[in-house]
Design a protein around this ligand. Sequence first.
Ligand SMILES: Nc1ncnc2c1ncn2[C@@H]1O[C@H](COP(=O)(O)OP(=O)(O)O)[C@@H](O)[C@H]1O
Ligand SMILES: [Mg+2]
Length: 624
Amino acid sequence: MASGTSRDVVGRGLRVLGRAIREQPRIFAVAVTGSVLFGLMVIASAYVVGGVVGKVVVPAVARGSVTDGALALAAAALFGISVLRVVGIFGRRLGAGYMQYRLQATYRRRVTRRYLDLPLAWHHRNATGTLLSNANSDVEAAWYPIAPLPFAVGTLVMLVGAVVSLFLTDWALALVGLAVFPALFALNVVYSRRMAPRQARAQRLRAEVSGIAHESFDGALVVKTMGREAQETARFAARAGDLRDALISVGRLRGVFDPMLETLPSLGTLAVLVVGAIRLRQGAITVTELVSVAFLFTVLAFPVRAIGWVLAELPRSVAGWDRIRRVLDATGEMPYGEVALDPATPAPATLAFHDVHFGYEPAEAHLPGTEVLGEVTFTVPAGKTVALVGPTGAGKSTIASLAVRLVDPRTGTVTLDGVDVRELTAASLASTVALVAQVPFVFDDTVRANIALDRPGIGDEEVWAALRLAEADGFVAALPEGLDTMVGERGTSLSGGQRQRLTLARALAGRPRLLVLDDATSAVDPRVEAAILAGLRAPADGGAPASILVVAYRRATIALADEVIYVEQGRVVARGTHTDLLATVPGYADLVTAYEQAEHEREQTRTYDEVTPLTSGLEVEVDR
Ligand SMILES: Nc1ncnc2c1ncn2[C@@H]1O[C@H](COP(=O)(O)OP(=O)(O)O)[C@@H](O)[C@H]1O
Ligand SMILES: [Mg+2]
């Protein structure tokens, strides 16, 4: 690390700390006050010890007896100082802890809040692992130096106080102080500068080692079946070796500097005793003063290291902060409009795409983004069902995201009941459309919570109605605790088809006026899938059916649609009824037949509800 960049890191690190202080000024003041109190008491203790030696011990030795009064006074003074020191330590520790953990909590909240505000396009460019580490270890790293910061600030004040008191005592002793304190300070700075890159390297290697381990465990099956144990072990051993070397180099540096940091104050004490003895003989100082100063040098050594601790943490703090700021400063959240679209009597909505073009942002800004959709125009009339069919990568999921405004088109418009979706309020959009995604997501919570999501007006009755529509009431009723059964990560595990039906019920419970199903029932038995769609098109309660845009592959499901839109490579290639398209569009017929065959083969080996989510035949390679 060049000295220019490390100075830069210190400067930027101090600015990060400045921000922390501005965010929590009062708590910081408490911590620093405690630390300064501690520092002043350290100096005071040196003078009291000097006083005890000079005024009590020396006369007592000379006389051969101790005066009780003087002894009591000295004891009281030392006790008082100890109490104040304890108060100081308490204030500093408490303040520093509060400040550090409050800042962590605040920034965790800000980062996760920001994730929710950022558009899907931003999420597409950022890996989930990165998002987790932003909210977790980056936030921690950014505020690590807060813990020793008040101590360091108090120490600086203490050093100034020590030098001043030295000058008040004797200029010759003060000169010794002026030589030793800055040297101690400089040694700490050099130490932490050398340490920082080594620590950073060790930290990075730690992450790499656990990354490799994670990969090998995750892919244990592949590793074993492909006979790659030896290579995996070698790969792991190499990184583990690097980590060992990095940590040894940390230890070696510590081995060199720790004794120096210990020795320097001792040398200072020695110099004080030599210079002090001469000054004592000259009659310039008293025994009390000499002992005080010598003691001062020994007690100062430890707090000075707090400055080193802060400096050592700065590079990590700056790195963490940069990564947090990248999230907080990210732009491109979707502004919502002002138009509310909530009719008094809910009726199905009309969805229309007009000449929509879309492309995902390239991962790096300088790369050109490719167009994923072009000239997409179609309508889902109120109350009708439109099936979206096309090969993997054709753009079906992208169309689904545009329909519910997870992303906005580059050009062209998406409208709901004739209103551009960009002009709708967030609430209006949420109550009008619902997307059931390709990958079902189940929260680690009860069935009830998963479906109601705390939305007003969704009680048990509505939950059961939604479950019935999603053909999920049967298996939910059979769960050990019904709606109260915990599902998800740590709860009862559900089959892929069951998860899909739960997420469908979640969407239906909100009574959307437009339902977008992105291959959302692929793991459900084909007959049940058709039954679900039929039920949605003609509700048993006689109410108006929602408009439905459904990405589907199965013949029985597609056949239920009023119209089929066939897409290939981001373009609408053909549209019409299923029968028309089968007869006239060769690509369409091939696709539907191929899917049927793939499903048939799969059916030989397992039943639907045992299939894990995502395994919808043709989609499996790409969408995983
Ligand atoms: N997050 C993304 N970033 C970049 N390209 C993407 C992203 N998601 C999908 N694509 C690309 O957009 C095209 C359409 O994808 P998608 O809408 O998922 O197709 P389908 O759902 O029909 O399989 C594909 O070429 C795919 O590679
Ligand atoms: Mg898709």
